[in-house]
Design a binder for this molecule. Sequence first.
Ligand SMILES: [Zn+2]
Length: 119
Amino acid sequence: MGPTKAIVKGQALCEAVSGKLIRDGFASRQAMEDYVRQHYVAMPVLDNAGKPWQLDGKPIYCLHGVQYETVDDQKVHLARCPDCGGMGIRADELTVDSDCIRCTACGHEFDARLEMMET
Ligand SMILES: [Zn+2]
């Protein structure tokens, strides 16, 4: 079992799948992040501008620092753009030996091998 995947709704954290309230009334983003660190909760990945990553309209979670998953626990091969922090997807999904990743936010192309460690 991984951490509870949460979404942010105003001052509240809710479970991403069920929409159930985890906790309401956070005074600040910092307070929310502190709570997440102390509990087994994952927050959606944000780019450097604070905009959440979205794949097919769903938030993305980063587990264990390297593994990206959708809300449905599907592992996805993504990498963080070194420029804007945006979501990078494999430029050619059919070429397995290529690790060329393209940022969906700014179009920057980079080599995922520099950004993530294969497990
Ligand atoms: Zn980018």
